[in-house]
Design a protein around this ligand. Sequence first.
Ligand SMILES: [Zn+2]
Ligand SMILES: [Zn+2]
Length: 71
Amino acid sequence: MIDMEMTRGLLIKLKKSNRLFEMCDCGHYGGVSPNSVHGDRFEHGHGACSDCDCKQFTWIYFCDETGDELK
Ligand SMILES: [Zn+2]
Ligand SMILES: [Zn+2]
């Protein structure tokens, strides 16, 4: 069972501590990730990837700094 309130709280906490990462379907970090390799088009970290030919960040999941999906 996923407690949505707890998950939301966790995400806010991770974002504030700069440890919230967002994974693109190209397999590289983007969005709010401190180490995002996606450009700032549309929104911060939502542009083209600089590590592959991905044209636009496509969110697949939130993860930690090792790339493990947050569940
Ligand atoms: Zn990408
Ligand atoms: Zn990429």
